[in-house]
Each structure stands twice: as C-alpha cells, then as structure tokens.
Write a protein that binds this ligand. Structure first.
Ligand code: SAM
Length: 260
C-alpha cells in the first residue's frame, strides 16, 4: 500500500512548454553567466499555441521585469552529479549542485530575471521582448512570472561564494576590419550590436580553467599549457572572432555566419 505522502512525492511531472526563446545567443559559449550582465542581450519569448492568448498576459505590461523559468535543453544528461565547479570559484573548486546555478542539475530547470521591454500580442502571435537575457536561442520556456520588487528584491541577502557582481574585467577594442564590419552591420542589423559585443567580451567568456590556468585536479590537467589566444562565437547571424592578450580583448572580425 502506498502511503499518500510517498505516492505524491514519487509522481513524475510532465510539463508542456508555454513558449520558446529567440535569442541573440546562438551557441552556449559566450552567453553571460547570469541575466542582467549584458543589458543589450536581446531576446523574444514567443508563446506557443494554446498559450498565445492576449488574456494570458493581460496585466503583465505593467511589470518592468519578469522571471523566466526554462529548460536547459542543451544541458540534458542521463546522469546527474552531486557537485559542480562554478566558474566563480575558478573552475577548480567543487560545491554542491544545489549550491550552484549550473545548467547541469537533476532537473535541468533554469530561472532568469529579465527586463520586459514590450509585449506584442495580436493575430495569434504573442511576443514578449526581453533584454539582459542569459538564454540560448531555442530555449523552451515552462513558465513566466512577474518580478515583484517588494518580495523578490533582497538587498541585504548574503551571496555566499558569489557575493559580488562579476566585474567587467577586460577592455575591448575593435581592429580596423572589425570596426568597419560592425559599422556596416549596425546600419541594417540588430540594434546595440557593438555594445553587446563589448558587454559580452569584457566579462571574459573563456572557461574559468583557461583564465586561471589552474588545471590541477580538473579534466584539463593534462592539456597543453600553451594559451590559445583566439576565440569565436556566433551572435545573431554573425560569426564573431576575438583574441585575448595581456588582459585585453581585440575584436578581430564580425562577418555573416556561414551556413551549416
Ligand atoms: N540564470 C539562470 C539560472 O540561474 O538558472 C541560468 C544560469 S546558467 C549559469 C547560465 C548559462 O547557461 C549560460 O551562460 C549558458 O551557457 C547556459 N545556457 C543558457 N541557456 C541554455 C540552454 N537552453 N541549454 C543549456 N545551457 C544554457
């Protein structure tokens, strides 16, 4: 006989995503590690049928920020691990998975507070325009909730090992080529592109083990210790390439992404 508490606790839940995120971030590498770190990081959240109804978002327009509860769809693993190495601790110190915001967790559910710029809802299309996102393109969304400053803002709270806002540590300059390419892209391309590039790269998206060069006890322990200096990521429909030298980022190139 199942005790009622036990049977309730062992129910497996199935959630139907209410929507999907269309984001400027087309790959995981380079995405800020939390929302709000790159204010120019734009995304739209498209509500899917049958959730794409104006009544379902009525009243939300009065809120400047929303919580997005989503699935880390590109971090799904068969096995979960009880500890992770947060980038905040240099990537070589472990904490419990539940003491982290790692995408790799028993239930790969994420939580981000983002700015809600506007809502467009008509003719069966319901789009929420977001800023400051840390979300990958294609992220399935389980729920949205208004951010309530009186309940959700806790300025006195302790931040454990992640007490301070991460610094924008690197200065970012553009090569002549990248500068010209960026100007061209800005004319008809996405707004705030140059600023987005600066915001993303100034936070040094390289893996923590790379930055700290403390390979001890990590799977990178036997890697060659020569520092790779050039990196690339896809932003919107562009391939961005940059190099890092002496704590300084130089944007090398920004060109239309190659297909496939
Ligand atoms: N703010 C959320 C949270 O605390 O749950 C996400 C924090 S997590 C540390 C942020 C990272 O998750 C990003 O830098 C990106 O690499 C990764 N990410 C974002 N969307 C993802 C997705 N749909 N699937 C897998 N990884 C994703």
């Amino acid at each position: 006989m199942k005790g009622s508490g036990e049977s309730k606790a062992s129910i497996l839940f199935e959630f139907n995503p209410i929507g999907v995120v269309h984001s400027c971030f087309k790959e995981k590498f380079g995405i800020p590690r939390q929302p709000g770190l790159a204010s120019e990081a734009r995304a739209t959240l498209e509500l899917k049928t049958p959730f794409n109804r104006c009544e379902a978002v009525a009243g939300l327009e009065g809120f400047s920020h929303i919580w997005v509860i989503f699935v880390f769809h590109e971090a799904m693993r068969e096995q979960w691990r009880p500890t992770v190495r947060p980038p905040r601790l240099g990537g070589n110190q472990r904490v419990g998975v539940f003491a982290s915001r790692s995408p790799f967790r028993p239930n790969p559910v994420g939580l981000s507070v983002v700015k809600l710029e506007k809502i467009e809802c008509d003719g069966g299309r319901c789009l929420l325009y977001l800023r400051g996102a840390d979300l990958l393109d294609g992220t399935p969304v389980l729920d949205i909730k208004p951010y309530l400053p009186y309940a959700d803002a806790l300025p006195q709270a302790d931040g454990g090992y992640a007490e301070d806002t991460p610094l924008q540590v690197m200065s970012v300059t553009f090569s002549e080529l990248a500068d010209a390419q960026c100007k061209e892209c800005e004319q008809n391309g996405p707004p705030g592109l140059r600023q987005l590039i600066k915001q993303v790269l100034s936070q040094d998206p390289r893996p923590a083990y790379y930055v700290n060069k403390k390979y001890v006890n990590t799977k990178h322990a036997n890697e060659e210790r020569t520092e790779k200096q050039e990196f690339g990521m896809r932003l919107y429909d562009f391939d961005l390439r940059w190099k890092v030298e002496a704590g300084q980022v130089t944007v090398l190139e920004l060109r239309p992404a190659s297909e496939g």
